[in-house]
Design a protein around this ligand. Structure first.
Ligand SMILES: NC(=O)c1ccc[n+]([C@@H]2O[C@H](COP(=O)([O-])OP(=O)(O)OC[C@H]3O[C@@H](n4cnc5c(N)ncnc54)[C@H](O)[C@@H]3O)[C@@H](O)[C@H]2O)c1
Length: 415
């Protein structure tokens, strides 16, 4: 079977979405043109596990244009856009993804994608890398890439334990990824998911952001921009201090739980909002998570404590507790920006997916030269992506003169 999607009749609508995304991804468009010319993936099989959005669609078509045979599964049971999945299947991508998969279906699709025996593995969260290793990676796999912070934690753990079987490029750790996608992309799309999930009015609301990393910074910044009063929780003193000096209230979750109207977790860690917090929350509090895995809000505990549960609107569940208080959970505690909205806008994914495309080419170009380690994207590729993006935005910057270069490299200044 070459694909499994919800409804192939959606392909036409999906193609229009792909056109719209392509128009807003000029940098990846340039990379695609170069791939069409040089065919870096000729004869190679690429398997990917990414959120099946229109932006991912453009990445998949770029890899195909480079000569690859591409298979794709969803990065998350809720995150597939069914029209895009259909349009990609129509374009010869082997897609195994639909919205609202059960966990069993999700795992089956991970294995279906791996059954294509990939030469390159592209991942977001490291489920595909982990499954490939559990299955027994074929000996000549060239390498892989990893899109997000939580996935980097996992592949670094594999590297530290000496079990990593092929080189992986840490796409997340490129400056042109985390500084923009994690911060501004998630900042905007998380707000979008919470608004689409609830249509709540934000000015004056107490918003609690768990974690002040790249994602947390972006989320906190954008909520403040909407007039919300933002509280940050942290475990890292440096990040907590930064949040204070950025003008946010910083407190422990035990205290924040009592005053928050809206909660967003963004830590990549587990058990950020748990039973004791549900016990002290206000009636009507809204809960959401934008970290990669659905372990930040303890949904199991909430299910156990609730005496009633109703689906109030698309992607919004109401839990009634014994004392009558009602708590509202968006997108089942999974990535709110992908579960209740469409993920990041195309312009920012343009940067992230240039990194994915060029990292895949990088491992192919260096086949046999890299160890079984986690690698950072070389600075020249990172800087080149920034330059392509600036050019596509019509922004020109100055260049250092010879005198300036000399000045910056000197120590014996004439002072
Ligand atoms: N929703 C999306 O589209 C999207 C996009 C990018 C990244 N992510 C995910 O978001 C998560 C965060 O990514 P990031 O790049 O900001 O990571 P990061 O490492 O920069 O930040 C995480 C922060 O959480 C803090 N933290 C850890 N445990 C905590 C706890 N118990 N309480 C409070 N704070 C705690 C850490 O100190 C750190 O400052 C990851 O799971 C990542 O994969 C999601």
């Amino acid at each position: 079977m070459d694909y499994k999607v919800k409804d192939m009749k959606l392909a036409k609508q999906g193609s229009l979405q792909l056109e719209w995304a392509a128009m807003h991804m000029p940098a990846l468009g340039d990379v695609k043109k170069e791939f069409e010319r040089s065919k870096p993936f000729k004869g190679l099989k690429i398997s990917a596990l990414l959120h099946v959005t229109k932006e991912t669609g453009i990445l998949m078509l770029s890899l195909k244009a480079g000569g690859a045979s591409v298979s794709l599964g969803a990065g998350n049971p809720l995150s597939t856009q069914d029209d895009i999945a259909a349009a990609l299947a129509d374009n010869g991508i082997k897609v195994f993804a639909w919205s609202g998969q059960s966990v069993k279906e999700y795992n089956e699709n991970v294995h279906r994608v791996l059954d294509f025996d990939p030469d390159i593995i592209i991942d977001d969260g490291a489920d595909l890398h982990a499954a490939a290793h559990a299955k027994g990676v074929k000996i000549d796999v060239i390498g892989g890439t990893e899109e997000t912070t939580s996935g980097i934690h996992r592949i670094k753990a594999m590297e530290a334990q000496g079990v990593l079987k092929y080189p992986i490029i840490a796409v997340n750790n490129a400056n042109t990824k985390y500084l923009f996608d994690n911060r501004y992309g998630t900042g905007q799309s998380t707000l979008d998911g919470i608004i689409r999930g609830t249509n709540i009015f934000l000015p004056g609301k107490m918003v609690v952001v768990g974690g002040y990393g790249w994602v947390g910074r972006g989320v906190a910044m954008r909520f403040r921009g909407m007039g919300a009063r933002v509280i940050v929780t942290e475990v890292d003193p440096m990040r907590a201090l930064e949040a204070c000096m950025d003008g946010f209230d910083v407190m422990q979750m035990d205290d924040a739980a009592k005053v928050g109207d809206i909660f967003v977790t963004a830590t990549g860690d587990t058990d950020i909002i748990v039973g004791k917090h549900f016990n002290s929350m206000k009636d009507g509090a809204i809960l959401s998570n934008t970290g990669h895995f659905d372990v930040e809000v303890d949904v199991k505990a909430l299910e156990g404590m609730a005496v009633g549960k109703r689906r109030i609107r698309n992607n919004l569940d109401e839990y009634t507790l014994k004392d009558g208080r009602r708590l509202y959970l968006i997108a089942e505690g999974r990535l709110v920006n992908l579960g209740a909205a469409e993920g990041h806008p195309s312009e920012v994914m343009d940067l992230s997916f240039c990194n994915q495309a060029l990292s895949a080419k990088y491992v192919v170009d260096r086949h046999g030269q890299l160890g079984n380690k986690v690698y950072k994207i070389p600075d020249d590729i990172d800087n080149m992506i920034a330059s392509i993006k600036l050019k596509s935005m019509g922004v020109k910057i100055d260049t250092l003169t010879d005198k300036q270069k000399k000045y910056l490299d000197s120590w014996d200044l004439d002072v």
